[in-house]
Design a binder for this molecule. Sequence first.
Ligand SMILES: [Ca+2]
Ligand SMILES: [Ca+2]
Ligand SMILES: [Ca+2]
Length: 318
Amino acid sequence: MVYPNNNGVLKPVLAFLLLIPLTLGAQFYDAFEDGNFSTNPAWSGTTSKFVVNGSNQLQLNTAASTDTAYLYTEFSPNLGDTVTWQLYWRMAFAPSSNNTSRIYLLSSDTSLGSNVNGYYLRIGESGPADPLRLERQDGGSSVNLIMGTSSFGSNPELYVRVVRDPVGNWSIYSSSSSSGPFTLEGDTSDAAYNSSNYFGLWCKYTSSNSTDFFFDDVSADSIVGDTTPPLVNGIDILNAQTIQIRFNEAMDEASCELISSYSLSPSIGGITTAILQNDTVVELQFSGSFSSGITYTLDMEKSFLSVPCRASITIRTR
Ligand SMILES: [Ca+2]
Ligand SMILES: [Ca+2]
Ligand SMILES: [Ca+2]
């Protein structure tokens, strides 16, 4: 076996990837920069309980009482496409079962919180952990689908991202920044509901928190499954521990930079970083070194917006 060193040049002799199309088709986006939630898009619900505040964020702003409040907007994505959601979410208190909010990703009806079919994100329950959860609502009852790994038990302020693929595989992510990196909180498969009419926000609060819920930068996009998948122009080996994958079009940064998205078999000790160098080049740094004469398989499961991809790379010295 020839181990790579300064005298040997590692060369990939085969690079093969199967990837999905990444054509973006925006469904809606609202950063509330126009100072309202009445137009572009129009939100309905308990509108008197919300304001767009001076920071152009949507904020619960109602009398001190124990109550619920919600807003919804029309959202009917084609769930035969991959759909992604992202938004900013803040609760300025320690969430609980009585002070909690839900992000309705898909909802059949407008009566959020009471009697709809769909899916929502939730933070807020008894105890200090307060994970990010994905739950399915079946009319008046709910079923937990994902309990995330991070704790949001104290004044949570985060960006959440959700990806649902065409067959009902869900992945939920969190980040402290809108641009990531996003941490995978969990994933699951559930295709009980395959249509939606509304996206919405729902708050449950007691009197001390009636102005303490904030939302912003709400987006929902679908990725149209059509005819132009990204292609791999090539794989470059920078050194025995570093490769670059060159694509022919811009890739999604947060997805590409999740280390957990990648695995190499046989292992050479794990991937330490995955960095999008520019729009089209992803660099992977490994903790160990490639050897000659071995066929390596690079799996990119859950990368590139949750659809499994596979690269098979053979590397040799010359
Ligand atoms: Ca804003
Ligand atoms: Ca508006
Ligand atoms: Ca709690």
